[in-house]
Write a protein that binds this ligand. Structure first.
Ligand SMILES: [Zn+2]
Length: 62
């Protein structure tokens, strides 16, 4: 289950809402997610698949 916790960058308080309950400023996700957690190693997985199967590797992607 994905956490919806956010963190205020000013006071550091954690909240479930999009705004800090203490100072009212916008709270942000504490860990910036550039990649989906499910696809965290996707680039390595795809690279390994490509090395294993060559150009046909794309047909083996899950
Ligand atoms: Zn705050």
């Amino acid at each position: 289950m994905r956490s919806n916790f956010k963190r205020c960058t000013v006071c550091g308080r954690y909240t479930l809402s999009s705004a800090c309950p203490s100072c009212g400023l916008a709270a942000v996700c504490p860990v910036p997610m550039r990649y989906s957690p499910d696809d965290r190693y996707g680039v390595y997985r795809r690279r390994a698949i490509r090395e294993e199967y060559g150009d046909n590797g794309r047909y083996h992607q899950v």
